[in-house]
Ligand binder design. Sequence first.
Ligand code: 5AD
Ligand code: SF4
Length: 461
Amino acid sequence: MSDKQPNLSNAKKVFIKTYGCQMNVYDSDRMTDALAPHGYTPTSEMGEADLVLLNTCHIREKAAEKVYSELGRIRDFRNERAPGAKKMLIGVAGCVAQAEGEEIMARAPAVDLVFGPQSYHRLPELLSKAQTGRVIDTDFPEEDKFAHLPAAKKEVTISRGLTAFLTVQEGCDKFCSFCVVPYTRGAEVSRPVAQVLAEARGLADAGVREITLLGQNVNAYHGLDENGRPVSLGALCHMLAEIDGIERIRYTTSHPRDMDDELIAAHRDLPQLMPYLHLPVQSGSDAILKSMNRRHTAAEYYEIIDRIRTARPDMALSGDFIVGFPGETDADFQATVDMVAKIGYASAFSFKYSTRPGTPGAQMDDQIEEHVKAERLEILQAEITRQSQQFNAGCVGMTLPVLIEKPGRNPGQVAGRSPYLQAVHISAEKDLIGQILPVEIIGQAKNSLEGRIVTADRIAV
Ligand code: 5AD
Ligand code: SF4
């Protein structure tokens, strides 16, 4: 070992397991960044960790239950370690921590630390407290978490790749009657414009080519500019598009009611804004939409989709659907299937309704039996799969700009994404990684496309 190398005897390792949505993926990276100045480096081996963190999801019952079984496994792992092995702290973060903090403490005595999504900037302080006793922090603090979270070092951002998430908005005020998010993530907050732009510039400077703006209600973004004026998501996209190096912008997840004219126009006017939109509608039945408290009708959703397709005719649409919401009749469900057929989705996600404690849906009569939910889910998923294969088949023969992101599964292959977020596998050399190239789509597999580079000349998207 050369004497120029740092002394790593105090170096500690953190193992983070992430469940749930992209915001949790982003948050896990921010926790890693918050721990870095305190000597922690990430590891993918739980066995060598001084700190194990579970970043959890509470959106459906299954996701929450996974946490308790994983905690049992980690506890056994810790107990079986050789006597005298280094101490391993166990922490639970994320939405289960926020919603069931006390219950985790009671059910899982091995847990040293429980903290909610709004406390990540306090992590180093919470860890030092956890050295002497169990700690729980599920407050919604006054201070701006993001202003206190350190940025990643440039080499760390480089190691994370060419695409990055950037949370611009967090929390939700919509209170859909099935959803825990307003309780776990709190009220809707938008990050100030300058903060977002600074983070995006840092990403671009480290070679990031594509950013996905995140928020539970991202299209309700209304962060303030330096004059204290609210800026819409459409206007923010225009500002981000001016940053050198940012060639692709995406955003997720949106609510139909917040799909405003400025954002729709940005899809028409901004080549950097990718023609892919995840716009959950949840149900095609007006009665169910009403009892879900979605505050729009199926007709209004169709009208929004028309406006979007007028602005950007090739827009690939994605959505989320819930089957078996309380009171959902066969006719209600059929309206959902009809909606999927009518819209034509490039991709979509569908879920069986899961009763979440504390939400209005949990109190409703007419809960649907599990086997009915399962039957409906199967029917809907078959229709969605049919549609997404149809969408992919329609791309065969087209030449699409593909951001080449990483080596492919096999040697001599690279993998990238089309503007429509499809994975594209290409036979090409690794030195093309980082470029956006015209790729002719020559085939289609179950969840991806196969392509051939048309010319290695860079093209504008
Ligand atoms: N049960 C089933 N699915 C749910 N979702 C949110 N809450 C529930 C629930 N209680 C789904 C919605 C949402 C996606 C993120 O998860 O479709 O858009
Ligand atoms: Fe949950 Fe989305 Fe509804 Fe907010 S808008 S309550 S995050 S489903």
